[in-house]
Design a protein around this ligand. Structure first.
Ligand code: ADP
Ligand code: MG
Length: 716
């Protein structure tokens, strides 16, 4: 999958565009995140600082109040009675609504004056704050839970001095802590209003929670214990202005130390607590924003990259598909060139290549077609491996085997399993030719093939090696069946011979006949004369007989030489003609005890030279009777040939028949096997049938008989 160009381009683009983009996005996100964090940190500290300032002011005011009341002239005067002091204290409480009570304690620690007279007489001499205040100045205790009233209180006290600076009592106003809480709650509300959430609280150096929006916690819980903090850790956080994150409670906390005031015993720290989630919210929002933005850009880049890689890859893919289609032989149309330059060039080259290949394929098909349709047998095999590489249709027909089962076979194996080819190979003496490396020869050979002798013309040529012109890799055999041609040649040859003999005979037959007639006339005169004895007469008769025989031969010769001289074309009823022959030879047949039969169907009349056919039939019947000699069958039959253009006439006997030698010489002038034969009968028949426009075939088997078949054309 990753090997495809499309995928590779995609990965490349991914690394070139998306990765740097992701990197930039990450950096920007981180810096923005850092900014936001810093801003929140600053905000937290700003809140802490302003809370610290505000609380400082509050405490400063309270200390100021204590100093003011302690310096009241009535109270300072040791001679003032308790009622005056009470009056002054009441005035103070009424003026400052923040205070709900005030007491005056004498140097023995006994409360001598109380605004509402509830605690008069209470001994506070053991209280640390009292003892400290008695030494002078103004004091502010920590906030603690009073064992008297079971609620948080903060003790403020100031030493009262007379004119001489002698301390003669301690004044201690009580203020409502709610005011302090409200002051702190102000910051909690501020935090809520700006969306930070959380709350502000007060804690001292020991971790005691001094003030907390939750009243149940303030004064009763220890921050260090709750948040697993040591004093050192806490100091470290405060001094370095760090933000303390407590994972368990998921809160962030900052602490700002309040200024230590004169007379103030404790270190107070204002704490700002904010839920972690509230700080992380903007960060998460930022992250979401970034993710959305990044996804959009990613999508756009992916689409862009996809389109681009498609633009680059598609034309190539089209080429790849076209090439494979073409390779698998599917029809492929020329591809259009409308993409970018390089691919267009490639496409044009591809189209050109395809066109050339198609042309080549066509010409190859053409040559294959020629090879398959030619009547010549074409066979080729490799020189070294002897594997058969070509075997065409004519070969298939000749050797009766399909091309598929021969191609790729060794020629030697083919010889072994195909007797026809074995015969062919042997007759052509191919082994010898190949052994002698005579690869450029042509010759004709005779092969008794499927029982009939057939002539073949064979042409052997070397097949050049396509890679190396000098070498040749195979042997090509091209052969054709020349039997018909050969037969035609033989017929022509015979006809030429016939003509020659005819002319010769015509030339001297007349020259012999005339003196012979004279000789015969004189001999007859001698026979009639009385001077001739009886024995001499017998001799003369023999001479006359022999002269007659010579005459007969000469007539036959003349007949053959110039057969045209008397006869004319006439409408001929062949059946009638055959019956005439039958009648003519009936007596001789009976005498020889030969069953002479005629088997004819009704035939259409033919327009021929009747005499000639008559003469042919006479010759054939004569020969047949001579061949039978005594006892046998002679049949003349005639019917219309299936082609309907000839009448097929057969003269068949069951006489002695002919051996192949006689058969081969048949038709040669003066060839005879008979003691008193002329050897002109058959040759005359050939000559005559040729004149009739027909043909004659002979079938003969020694000891079984002979059949002469005449084909006489029906057409005029
Ligand atoms: P001839 O009859 O004078 O011998 P032909 O030309 O008629 O001459 O015949 C030539 C030869 O052909 C004969 O000598 C004979 O050997 C052979 N021949 C012809 N017809 C027949 C036949 N029907 N059966 C056997 N042999 C035949
Ligand atoms: Mg004869």
């Amino acid at each position: 999958m990753f090997k495809s160009l499309k995928m590779k381009l995609f990965i490349l683009f991914f690394f070139v565009t998306i990765l740097p983009m992701a990197f930039v996005a990450y950096i920007t996100y981180q810096s923005q995140r850092e900014d936001i964090k810093q801003q929140t940190d600053q905000l937290l500290f700003a809140l802490g600082d302003s809370a610290a300032v505000s609380l400082d002011d509050f405490i400063q005011e309270r200390l100021q109040d204590v100093a003011t009341i302690a310096q009241n002239p009535v109270i300072q005067n040791p001679d003032s009675d308790f009622d005056d002091i009470q009056k002054e204290l009441k005035k103070f409480v009424e003026l400052n609504s923040i205070y709900f009570g005030a007491i005056f304690i004498d140097t023995d620690g006994i409360i001598t004056v109380d605004v509402d007279d509830t605690v008069i007489g209470t001994d506070l001499s053991d209280r640390k704050w009292f003892q400290k205040t008695l030494r002078g100045g103004v004091h502010l205790s920590d906030i603690y839970i009073s064992d008297v009233i079971d609620r948080q209180i903060l003790n403020m006290s100031g030493s009262v001095q007379d004119e001489n600076g002698r301390i003669h009592g301690v004044v201690s106003p009580s203020f409502d802590l709610q005011y302090l809480w409200r002051r702190i709650d102000l910051f909690t509300r501020q935090q809520q209003s700006i969306g930070l959430g959380g709350y502000a609280f007060l804690v001292n150096q020991n971790g005691d929670i001094v003030a907390h929006p939750n009243q149940d916690i303030s004064g009763r819980q220890n921050f260090f214990e709750d948040y697993d903090l040591s004093t050192e850790q806490f100091n470290h956080i405060v001094q370095n202005r760090l933000i303390y994150t407590h994972e368990e409670s998921e809160m962030l906390q900052t602490f700002v130390k309040l200024d230590k005031k004169n007379g103030f015993e404790n270190d107070w720290y204002v704490g700002i607590a904010v839920p972690l989630a509230n700080i992380q919210d903007p960060l998460n929002q930022l992250l979401t924003k970034y993710l959305i933005l990044f996804s959009c850009v990613l999508l756009i880049v992916i689409i862009g990259v996809f389109k681009l890689s498609n633009y680059i890859v598609k034309p190539l893919q089209r080429l790849v598909f076209a090439t494979s289609d073409f390779a698998f032989g599917k029809k492929v149309y020329p591809l259009s060139t409308n993409s970018y330059h390089e691919v267009d060039t490639l496409t044009r080259t591809f189209n050109m290549m395809m066109r050339r290949l198609v042309e080549r394929e066509k010409s190859h098909q053409k040559s294959t077609l020629i090879l398959e349709t030619t009547d010549n047998g074409v066979l080729s095999f490799q020189k070294d491996s002897r594997l058969i590489t070509t075997f065409n249709r004519t070969c298939e027909e000749l050797f009766g085997v399909k091309k598929e089962s021969v191609i790729g076979l060794k020629i030697d194996d083919f010889i072994k399993f195909n007797p026809a080819f074995q015969q062919f190979y042997r007759c052509a003496k191919l082994q010898g030719i190949i052994d002698k490396q005579q690869f450029n020869t042509q010759f004709e050979f005779l092969c008794k093939f499927k029982d009939a002798p057939r002539y073949f013309f064979m042409s052997l040529s070397p097949l050049k090696d396509l890679n190396n012109e000098q070498e040749f890799e195979g042997i090509l055999l091209v052969f054709n069946d020349t039997t018909d041609k050969r037969e035609m040649e033989m017929k022509l040859n015979r006809s030429e011979k016939l003509q020659m003999v005819g002319q010769l005979a015509a030339g001297f037959a007349h020259e012999i006949r005339n003196p012979l007639t004279t000789i015969r006339g004189f001999i007859q005169l001698f026979v009639r004369s009385d001077e001739v004895s009886e024995s001499q007469k017998t001799h003369y008769d023999v001479i006359i007989k022999e002269i007659d025989r010579v005459n007969e031969i000469i007539s036959e010769l003349l007949n053959m030489a110039n057969p045209n001289h008397v006869t004319v074309h006439e409408e001929t009823d062949i059946v009638k003609l055959i019956n005439e022959i039958n009648i003519l030879y009936k007596t001789e047949a009976e005498w020889r005890r030969v069953d002479f039969r005629v088997e004819c169907e009704s035939l259409p009349p033919v327009w021929i030279k009747k005499n000639k056919l008559h003469q042919i039939l006479m010759n054939l019947v004569k020969n047949a009777l001579e061949a039978i000699q005594e006892e046998g069958e002679l049949t003349i039959s005639a019917q219309v040939d299936p082609t309907e253009s000839f009448i097929k006439l057969t003269v068949a006997d069951n006489g002695g028949g002919m051996d192949p030698n006689t058969l081969a010489k048949l038709g040669t002038p003066f060839f005879t096997t008979k003691e008193s034969g002329t050897g002109l009968g058959i040759i005359t028949c050939y000559r005559l049938i040729e004149e009739l426009g027909g043909t004659m075939e002979i079938e003969s088997e020694q000891g079984r008989g002979t059949t002469f078949i005449l084909f006489i054309p029906i057409e005029r």
